[in-house]
Design a protein around this ligand. Structure first.
Ligand SMILES: Nc1ncnc2c1ncn2[C@@H]1O[C@H](COP(=O)(O)OP(=O)(O)OP(=O)(O)O)[C@@H](O)[C@H]1O
Ligand SMILES: [Mg+2]
Length: 253
């Protein structure tokens, strides 16, 4: 029986992963800095909320919510309007990380930076808006205050457990240094080397050949359980409408 799929809405991505992300699963979106991980994740939430009536929660440990709203408005995505209509909730976990208070409606306060409480809080917000999608951006920023590798591993496993049980379809982000994608190198997929194993899918974004043409941005599906996905490295663009997978014929135009 075919798996139910949740459309990412990212132009060209659903086509290379068999129609969308398997419902209720966790997909890791990983890559170097500025490769488009956050845009990818927000595009997924924006599309679900605006086109499919699938509410979503965005938990941000990295960027301040106001900056996210501003940056995404450049793509014509009115995140604020979707927050006002209860289709998107941004949970501000940056203040907890920085140890200062937040002015956001949904925030994890400094004293709550106990990861268990954080997860309970996030899931209650998800239930309140009837969320179908969730994004955790990013795992390294979530683990920022933990310095013991075994605590970090435990918390990533816990995150995966809580998210899986919730039935939400999740994107989590991690970081990995830029690396050449030639087939004879052993690629790395995450900061802690755990994220790719707790995830059902791994999407690697790259931005090599700095200074060259825009076709140096790529997407590569490393795994997607239950899915006959492509194995190529696809060129992508970040356009004024967000991320787009380019067709090979367009690259050689
Ligand atoms: N409106 C836009 N049009 C084209 N490209 C853009 C636009 N906005 C951002 N970008 C590109 O996307 C990059 C930022 O993408 P994003 O924030 O998703 O990266 P990231 O992988 O999440 O980075 P980090 O690891 O720092 O969080 C910018 O550095 C820029 O190259
Ligand atoms: Mg980011």
């Amino acid at each position: 029986m075919a798996l139910s799929r949740i459309k990412t809405g990212i132009f060209g991505v659903d086509e290379i992963i068999g129609g969308g992300v398997p419902q209720g699963r966790i997909v890791l979106v990983t890559g170097g800095c500025g490769t488009g991980k956050s845009i990818f994740a927000l595009q997924y939430l924006f599309f679900g909320a605006s086109e499919l009536n699938e509410p979503g929660v965005y938990v941000t440990f990295d960027e301040m919510p106001d900056k996210i709203r501003e940056d995404m408005a450049v793509f014509g995505w009115n995140i604020k309007a979707l927050e006002d209509s209860g289709k998107i909730a941004i949970v501000d976990a940056t203040s907890a990380r920085a140890g200062s208070p937040s002015e956001e409606e949904h925030a994890v306060l400094p004293g709550q930076m106990d990861i268990d409480r954080l997860f309970v809080e996030i899931m209650s917000i998800a239930r309140n808006i009837g969320a179908k999608r969730i994004v955790i951006d990013s795992v390294p920023a979530m683990a920022f205050r933990l310095d013991n590798p075994s605590d970090i591993r435990k918390n990533i496993l816990k995150l995966a457990y809580v998210v899986s049980r919730s039935g939400l379809t999740a994107l989590i982000t991690s970081e990995v240094p830029e690396q050449p994608l030639s087939s004879n190198t052993a690629l790395r997929f995450s900061k802690y080397g755990v994220e790719e194993y707790v995830a059902d899918g791994v999407i690697l974004l790259n931005f090599l050949g700095v200074g060259g043409a825009s076709s140096t941005r790529t997407i590569y599906i490393r795994k997607m359980r239950g899915t006959n996905h492509t194995t190529e490295i696809h060129p992508i663009d970040i356009t004024d409408k967000g991320i787009v997978v380019k067709k090979i014929e367009d690259v050689f135009k």
